[in-house]
Design a binder for this molecule. Structure first.
Ligand SMILES: [Zn+2]
Length: 108
Protein backbone atom coordinates (compact mmCIF):
# COMPACT_ATOMS: atom_id res chain seq x y z
CA UNK A 1 0.00 0.00 0.00
CA UNK A 2 1.32 3.41 -0.93
CA UNK A 3 1.24 6.13 1.63
CA UNK A 4 0.71 9.65 0.42
CA UNK A 5 1.18 12.51 2.80
CA UNK A 6 -0.72 15.66 2.01
CA UNK A 7 0.04 18.86 3.79
CA UNK A 8 -2.46 21.65 3.77
CA UNK A 9 -1.91 24.96 5.43
CA UNK A 10 -5.09 26.90 5.92
CA UNK A 11 -5.09 30.61 6.62
CA UNK A 12 -7.60 31.87 9.13
CA UNK A 13 -11.08 32.46 7.79
CA UNK A 14 -10.72 30.11 4.84
CA UNK A 15 -13.12 27.24 4.30
CA UNK A 16 -11.56 24.00 3.09
CA UNK A 17 -13.53 21.94 0.59
CA UNK A 18 -12.56 18.55 -0.74
CA UNK A 19 -13.55 17.24 -4.18
CA UNK A 20 -14.66 20.58 -5.52
CA UNK A 21 -16.96 21.35 -2.61
CA UNK A 22 -20.05 20.00 -4.33
CA UNK A 23 -20.64 17.39 -1.63
CA UNK A 24 -21.43 18.28 1.92
CA UNK A 25 -18.80 17.21 4.42
CA UNK A 26 -21.29 14.75 5.91
CA UNK A 27 -20.76 12.46 2.94
CA UNK A 28 -23.25 10.79 0.65
CA UNK A 29 -26.84 10.92 1.78
CA UNK A 30 -28.86 7.77 2.05
CA UNK A 31 -32.00 7.83 -0.04
CA UNK A 32 -35.18 8.18 1.97
CA UNK A 33 -37.08 4.95 2.43
CA UNK A 34 -40.64 5.32 3.63
CA UNK A 35 -41.48 2.94 6.48
CA UNK A 36 -44.85 2.10 8.00
CA UNK A 37 -45.52 3.63 11.41
CA UNK A 38 -43.63 1.67 14.05
CA UNK A 39 -45.65 -0.23 16.65
CA UNK A 40 -45.86 1.15 20.17
CA UNK A 41 -42.55 0.17 21.74
CA UNK A 42 -43.92 -0.13 25.26
CA UNK A 43 -42.39 1.28 28.38
CA UNK A 44 -41.92 4.91 29.33
CA UNK A 45 -39.23 7.57 29.11
CA UNK A 46 -36.60 6.65 31.71
CA UNK A 47 -36.16 10.32 32.52
CA UNK A 48 -39.74 11.54 32.73
CA UNK A 49 -41.78 8.37 33.20
CA UNK A 50 -44.04 9.47 30.33
CA UNK A 51 -45.46 7.12 27.74
CA UNK A 52 -43.87 7.44 24.32
CA UNK A 53 -45.57 9.74 21.86
CA UNK A 54 -45.83 8.87 18.15
CA UNK A 55 -44.55 11.61 15.90
CA UNK A 56 -46.17 11.05 12.51
CA UNK A 57 -44.06 10.92 9.37
CA UNK A 58 -43.58 14.26 7.71
CA UNK A 59 -41.21 16.84 6.36
CA UNK A 60 -38.38 18.33 8.36
CA UNK A 61 -38.63 22.03 9.09
CA UNK A 62 -34.91 22.37 9.65
CA UNK A 63 -33.15 19.90 7.37
CA UNK A 64 -33.13 19.96 3.61
CA UNK A 65 -31.87 17.66 0.88
CA UNK A 66 -29.08 18.65 -1.43
CA UNK A 67 -31.63 19.97 -3.91
CA UNK A 68 -33.11 22.21 -1.22
CA UNK A 69 -36.33 20.27 -0.72
CA UNK A 70 -37.24 19.50 2.90
CA UNK A 71 -36.03 16.18 4.24
CA UNK A 72 -38.69 13.54 4.80
CA UNK A 73 -38.72 11.44 7.92
CA UNK A 74 -40.60 8.38 9.05
CA UNK A 75 -42.88 8.26 12.05
CA UNK A 76 -41.05 7.65 15.30
CA UNK A 77 -41.72 7.39 19.01
CA UNK A 78 -40.33 9.96 21.36
CA UNK A 79 -40.81 11.35 24.86
CA UNK A 80 -43.66 13.92 24.96
CA UNK A 81 -41.56 16.19 27.19
CA UNK A 82 -40.29 19.10 25.14
CA UNK A 83 -36.56 18.98 24.53
CA UNK A 84 -36.21 15.41 25.84
CA UNK A 85 -33.91 13.36 23.64
CA UNK A 86 -34.81 9.98 25.09
CA UNK A 87 -35.98 7.40 22.59
CA UNK A 88 -37.59 4.02 23.16
CA UNK A 89 -35.48 0.95 22.47
CA UNK A 90 -35.52 -0.33 18.90
CA UNK A 91 -38.55 -2.45 18.05
CA UNK A 92 -37.78 -6.13 18.41
CA UNK A 93 -35.51 -5.57 21.39
CA UNK A 94 -38.42 -5.13 23.74
CA UNK A 95 -41.45 -7.14 22.81
CA UNK A 96 -44.46 -7.53 25.02
CA UNK A 97 -46.11 -10.76 23.93
CA UNK A 98 -47.45 -11.79 27.32
CA UNK A 99 -49.68 -8.80 28.03
CA UNK A 100 -47.65 -8.38 31.18
CA UNK A 101 -47.81 -4.89 32.61
CA UNK A 102 -44.66 -3.35 34.02
CA UNK A 103 -46.72 -1.76 36.78
CA UNK A 104 -47.24 -5.24 38.29
CA UNK A 105 -43.55 -5.80 38.83
CA UNK A 106 -41.04 -7.92 37.00
CA UNK A 107 -42.17 -11.43 36.11
CA UNK A 108 -38.89 -13.03 37.10
ZN1 LIG B 1 -38.31 12.23 28.59
Amino acid sequence: MKVITIQISVPDGVEVRVNGGGQAAAGPQRPFVAQPDPAYPGGVCPEHGEEWNLVPAGLSKTKVNQDGSPKRYNAFWTCPSYGCSQKPPKPGVVEDVTGFSEADGMPF
